[in-house]
Design a protein around this ligand. Structure first.
Ligand SMILES: NC(=O)c1ccc[n+]([C@@H]2O[C@H](COP(=O)([O-])OP(=O)(O)OC[C@H]3O[C@@H](n4cnc5c(N)ncnc54)[C@H](OP(=O)(O)O)[C@@H]3O)[C@@H](O)[C@H]2O)c1
Length: 302
């Protein structure tokens, strides 16, 4: 398969390039960077103007590019988070619609932020969307991707949870805080935190491109073992041999700019029903194993 990946230079994209190569696929990386070659990619194409990018001669396209959600949510940052996803997806769909040989499948990233703040409710792909900034962005993002269906393209929106891995993502920042002894539960710590190890995220995205049998519509990209923040905090602290006694009060998180507390306090108990029923096998279904692999330490469970 000739697989196009936008955001190939990113945290998930790099893992996806690796998994694709292992499976014997050819990778075409799309990037805004002015480079002719990229480690792990067989070819590089320009993505500075998504509407004008060349998506021809691909068997599948995975769209991962977008302004990082991490960082202070200023007005400008929030606008970039939304526009870089929704507008680029619209542009891609328009460009695919003009191609005589458009790829038969578009797999677009989305996030479990789609579900908003839902307490202990179990959320499979049929659950309604929730409220909040990320829920709104995900809704528009998925809706923009779905428009490709009109052109006969199969569309999958992969609602990723927090992706855990050794070289980037949220764990990179968490590691710094925990190593300074500043790791602690967030608020009451009862909020559910959907997560997935980066290799599994890449394998799931790759599975979504395949027709054996084809997936379409939303697919929850999370591990089947949901955990609450307090359990996540304890597991990371134990593996790093750091204390996690000091909780971070909810009022402090609520004072962060732009409503970014939703990333830390919203509760999403997400069930990867489509992947489970589809027989997907997680390499890291268990949080302690996933964290240990990401930190490069031996899991006490092994
Ligand atoms: N990581 C997670 O925990 C997580 C969780 C839920 C959902 N997701 C979604 O999964 C996708 C991939 O995540 P990731 O962690 O791999 O992302 P990432 O590393 O932050 O970035 C992916 C790529 O997006 C491109 N990019 C960055 N800013 C951009 C902008 N303003 N406009 C257009 N392109 C921009 C960059 O590629 P170039 O510079 O090469 O163009 C970058 O390498 C994202 O859409 C993210 O929202 C991730």
């Amino acid at each position: 398969m000739r697989l196009g990946i936008t955001g190939a230079t990113g945290f998930v994209g790099r893992a996806l390039m690796k998994e694709a190569a292992k499976a014997g696929h050819q990778v075409v990386a799309f990037t805004r960077r002015p480079v002719d070659s990229l480690a792990g990619a067989n070819a590089v194409r320009n993505f500075s103007v998504p509407a004008a990018a060349d998506f021809s001669k691909l068997d599948a396209l995975v769209h991962l590019a977008g302004e990082p959600v991490a960082g202070l949510w200023t007005k400008r940052k929030k606008a970039l988070i939304g526009q870089s996803r929704v507008n680029s997806t619209r542009d891609i769909v328009t460009a695919l619609g003009k191609l005589p040989d458009s790829p038969p499948v578009l797999v677009c990233a989305s996030g479990t932020g789609f579900y908003g703040n839902r307490g202990d409710e179990i959320l499979d792909e049929d659950a309604d969307g929730g409220f909040g900034f990320l829920a709104e962005v995900c809704r528009e993002w998925e809706s923009a991707a779905r428009k490709a269906e009109k052109g006969g393209i199969r569309v999958v929106s992969c609602r990723l949870g927090m992706v855990l891995g050794p070289h980037g993502g949220a764990l990179a920042s968490l590691k710094k805080l925990f190593s300074m002894g500043l790791g602690g539960r967030l608020g009451k710590g009862t909020q559910w935190m959907p997560w997935i190890q980066v290799e599994d995220a890449a394998r799931l995205l790759l599975r979504a491109t395949s027709t054996a049998p084809p997936w379409r519509g939303p697919v929850n990209g999370v591990s089947p073992e949901a955990v609450q923040n307090i359990e996540f905090t304890r597991a990371l602290g134990d593996l790093m041999h750091r204390p996690t006694l000091l909780p971070v009060p909810a009022w402090l998180l609520k004072s962060l700019p732009g409503g970014m507390q939703e990333m830390l306090l919203f509760s999403q108990r997400v069930d990867p029903l489509v992947a489970r029923l589809g027989g997907f096998e997680w390499r890291y279904p268990n949080l302690v194993d996933a964290l240990a692999a990401s930190l490069g330490v031996t899991s006490p469970k092994s």
